[in-house]
Design a protein around this ligand. Sequence first.
Ligand SMILES: CC(C)(COP(=O)(O)OP(=O)(O)OC[C@H]1O[C@@H](n2cnc3c(N)ncnc32)[C@H](O)[C@@H]1OP(=O)(O)O)[C@@H](O)C(=O)NCCC(=O)NCCS
Length: 202
Amino acid sequence: MEIVIVEGAAQRDWPISPLEGETAGAFGITAETAADVPAREALLDRAMGPKRRKKSSEKLRRGRRPSEGLAFVARDVSGAVAGTVRLWDVVLGESGRAALLLGPLAVDPTIKNAGIGSALMRHAIAKAARLGHAAILLVGDAPYYERFGFSAEQTGSLAMPGPYERHRLLALELVEGALAGAQGTLKAAGRKLKAQRLPLAA
Ligand SMILES: CC(C)(COP(=O)(O)OP(=O)(O)OC[C@H]1O[C@@H](n2cnc3c(N)ncnc32)[C@H](O)[C@@H]1OP(=O)(O)O)[C@@H](O)C(=O)NCCC(=O)NCCS
């Protein structure tokens, strides 16, 4: 199957009609909506397994909303979620310097290596830069993320708030010098999720 990735497709363009033969293998990248959440969570379970919720990155995400305008899904022609990536507001140590934490990035295991992960990464990085963010950090495999410009060169004095492998803490500057001298532990800075209201007993 030939994969075509339509980056930055508007939500209203989806789903593409499956009758349009040439788009049969197409995927689009759009903003995530509330309706995507169950499918995104199921995809993450399939791609990463149950231990995903124990990661240190999760401490920076739990109870927070992704950074404004920075939650994306890849969709197939029917609109089904085939990939996911989100970015989160954090601050670096006591300096309070703002940055983004990227993750989790995942693609449906049945369509790996088709370029969907890379398309999600390129789209997310471009959007973050356009929104004026200065730097993106993540915990992941350098051999994958270095193709997007990430490295551990500037993360030696930074730390995650929990166990992690130091060499997997990677960063990308969107603004030159944004991470110069950065040190300390990452802290969550995202907008808090509203507490769920319990129905009042009569
Ligand atoms: C990692 C992941 C998001 C990549 O998405 P994808 O759509 O399969 O990847 P792409 O098609 O964009 O890129 C494929 C290339 O990346 C390489 N690649 C994939 N995962 C890699 C890894 N962990 N380390 C090094 N290279 C990797 C592939 O070998 C392939 O290389 P090639 O271009 O030389 O053939 C996807 O495999 C996935 O969901 N994995 C499980 C979840 C996960 O590990 N997420 C990352 C957490 S930090």
